[in-house]
Design a protein around this ligand. Sequence first.
Ligand SMILES: C[S@@+](CC[C@H](N)C(=O)[O-])C[C@H]1O[C@@H](n2cnc3c(N)ncnc32)[C@H](O)[C@@H]1O
Length: 206
Amino acid sequence: MDHRLFFPATQRNKICIGDVLSEIHLKKGFVLEIGSGSGEHGVEFQKRFPDLIWQTSDPELKHRKSIISWIDHEKLNIKMPKPLEIDVTKSPWPIPFKLVDSLQLIISINMIHIAPWECTKSLFKESGKLLNYGKFIILYGPFKIKFKHISESNELFDKSLKIQNKAWGVRNLEDINQEAIINGFQLNQLIQMPANNLTLIYEKVS
Ligand SMILES: C[S@@+](CC[C@H](N)C(=O)[O-])C[C@H]1O[C@@H](n2cnc3c(N)ncnc32)[C@H](O)[C@@H]1O
C-alpha cells in the first residue's frame, strides 16, 4: 500500500535546506531527523548526500507509514533505515547503538512551533547526551528574535497556531539559545531562509 503523504511546505523548502546542509561538509555517518513528517525531506537528503545514512523518526504512525512508503517509492530501502518512533519528550530515545557511535548531526525541521515548549527543552537535553563535541543540531522554521516576529505573516501564523493549540507557537531565539547553552551547545550560525524562515545551527562546545 502506498501511504505517502505530500506536504507542500516540504516540497518548497527541501532544496534550500539541502543547500545549507551541503555547506556543513558532513563526514560519513548518521544524521538523525526528529519529527520527519511525511519523509519527503528524508528521501531528498538521502539522495543528495549518499555518504550519509539518513535516519528519520516521528511519533505519529501515519507519518512513519508515509516515510516507509517514500523510502520504498524512491528505492532507498538498502540505504535508508526504517523510521524510529521518537517522541522527543520520552527519554531515552530508542536509538540503535551503531547510530550513536557515528552520529554527525541532529536536525528538526518545522517541529518546535507545532509542539509544546517542553519539546524544545527535551530536544536539546537528549541531543546534548547523544552528540559529541563539534557536532551540530540544526533547527529550521519560523522564529521570533528578541521576542518580536520578523514578519507580519509569521505573526499571523503564530496566532493561527495558538488557536489550534495554546501550547504551540513560534519560538523565541533567545529562549532557544538558553536551552542550547544549558545542554552544552552554542549558536554557530543563523541563516535567513526564504519565506521568513531561519536555519539555526548549534554546535556542541562542551
Ligand atoms: C509540521 S510537521 C513537520 C514535518 C517535517 N519535519 C517537515 O518539515 O515536513 C511537525 C512534525 O513534528 C512531529 N512532532 C510533533 N510532536 C513531536 C514530538 N513530541 N516529538 C517528535 N516529533 C514530534 C509531528 O508528528 C510532525 O511530523
